[in-house]
Design a protein around this ligand. Structure first.
Ligand code: DLL
Length: 437
């Protein structure tokens, strides 16, 4: 039976299989797979042959994992330059699927999968969902967007592979989502944390107590969120909430997943991904435990091998706990959505923490950057809780301005509004209206 006890029970039994392999076994597997991947990229992707040759490195120069530092990084702009299919390592007749990442600027990044890549991906998502507490036989509502975004279909195939039942609602149509939660009685729900909050709000507006639903497990990701947001979702829904990470250039969801029995960061599935943390200034690898930018080399990709992909996600590597593979700490920020306001660096997640401290505010917010005269100005637009009076809002506004000044050290404008539109999928936290000069 699927009881909460089941989630932790395997803790007491013998632990077998790759998720519990020894460090030596993992290293040996990574080394062998890295060799193949470097050769595959060099032989089948003209970009990699060119950049390896330019740097004077050859796949044969890779003997042990530390040798990866000799090889070039891959940036999003390298993938864009080969738009749409120039980075694919197989012919089109071997492709089972194409996805593209949500275009932040300019062209989307296009990625491809062979049938075997799709199988691997489904296996890793199934493994992730299981680590998050979902079991075969559970009904799982998938609110990630279906389409070119990897979230919906990636999660969906994993749900089916696990032996669970997919309810593919995709994103949006909030009223209908709530009706489906009520009538189909899902055991688990997958989506972005910000959209889950929208669903909670809608349930309340319809007079439902979100704690009364059938949902036991929530697995959320695709955007940064905080421990405060976890607490809010867990208590308002009465669920266990864990974090799922991934990116389209590497695969999609299921690169790393938090284990429900420990909730202490995300286990990166090291049999398929080799993680490094680099100092974003020097681009040199740093030891485990130190913060920096996550760089990932997938080890088994057929259609779309990428070498040392710069994620721009800031985190650190930690030793394994619930699994023997290493963990990454929850990702709060990207080193490219950092806001620098009058010499002070700050991140949207810092505002979220402060907003969550005020019960008259909802953690639905957006940071708008403008240029006022010669100075940049940041305005935080944040949603008021239902039923707050105008004097409560004025107090919340003044208090937040003060808290941000005292604790983050910058002066910002705050607007407390009835509603803030952060988009339907990933919350869009930063709007940059500054003229480019
Ligand atoms: O967001 C894939 C995904 C779908 C992951 C569903 C998890 C669940 P992209 O659209 O390529 O792919 O965006 C990848 O989103 O580099 C991070 O900056 C951010 N991101 C993804 N998951 C998390 C997370 C998908 N759990 C980019 N925490 C990544 C923080 C996340 N940021």
């Amino acid at each position: 039976m699927n009881s909460r006890f089941d989630i932790v029970s395997h803790h007491h039994g013998p632990e077998t299989g790759i998720e519990f392999a020894s460090r030596d076994e993992i290293t040996a597997l990574q080394t062998a797979r890295m060799k193949n991947t470097l050769r595959h990229a060099y032989v089948n992707v003209p970009h990699y042959r060119r950049v390896f040759d330019d740097m004077g490195v050859h796949p044969d120069d890779f003997k042990e994992l530390a040798d990866i530092a000799k090889f070039p990084f891959t940036e999003k702009k390298d993938l864009r330059a080969e738009y749409p299919f120039g980075m694919f390592a197989v012919n089109h007749q071997h492709l089972a699927r194409i996805h593209a990442s949500s275009g932040t600027t300019g062209l989307p990044t296009v990625v491809g999968y062979t049938r075997c890549d799709i199988e691997t991906w489904a296996d890793l998502v199934a493994r992730s969902l299981r680590a998050g507490g979902i079991r075969a036989g559970d009904k799982v509502q998938v609110t990630f967007g279906y389409g070119l975004f990897t979230g919906g279909l990636g999660a969906h195939y994993g749900v089916e592979k696990l032996g669970a039942t997919a309810i593919p609602t995709s994103g949006g149509m909030t009223e209908r989502q709530v009706q489906i939660i009520r009538d189909f009685k899902p055991d688990a729900i997958l989506g972005t944390p910000s959209y889950m909050l929208t669903l909670v709000d809608r349930m309340r507006r319809e007079g439902m107590d979100p704690r009364d639903t059938s949902i036991r497990i929530g697995i959320f990701g695709a955007e940064p969120w905080t421990e405060g947001m976890r607490r809010e979702l867990e208590t308002s829904l009465g669920i266990d909430a864990t974090d799922i990470y991934g990116l389209s250039e590497i695969m999609g969801p299921g690169v790393a997943q938090e284990c429900v029995e420990t909730k202490d960061g995300l286990t990166i599935w090291e049999d398929h991904f080799y993680p490094e943390i680099v100092d974003p200034e020097t681009m040199q690898p740093v030891p485990d435990g130190e913060y920096g930018e996550l760089v990932i080399t997938p080890l088994t990709k057929e259609a779309f091998p990428v070498i040392r992909y710069r994620t721009h996600d800031m985190t650190r590597l930690l030793p394994g706990t619930a699994r023997s593979m290493r963990r990454i700490e929850r990702i709060h920020n990207r080193n490219d959505d950092m806001i620098i306001l009058r010499g002070v660096n700050c991140f949207p997640s810092q505002f979220e923490e402060l907003i969550l401290e005020d019960t008259t505010l909802r953690p639905r917010f957006q940071c708008v950057l403008d240029r006022k005269g010669r100075m940049d100005a940041l305005t935080l637009k944040v949603e008021a809780a239902h039923g707050t009076s105008s004097s409560q809002r004025a107090d919340a506004q003044a208090n937040l301005v003060k808290q941000i000044k005292n604790r983050i050290g910058i002066s910002v404008g705050v607007e407390v509004l009835d509603a803030v539109d952060c988009g339907e999928g990933k919350a869009k936290r930063l709007v940059d209206n500054r003229p480019r000069d």
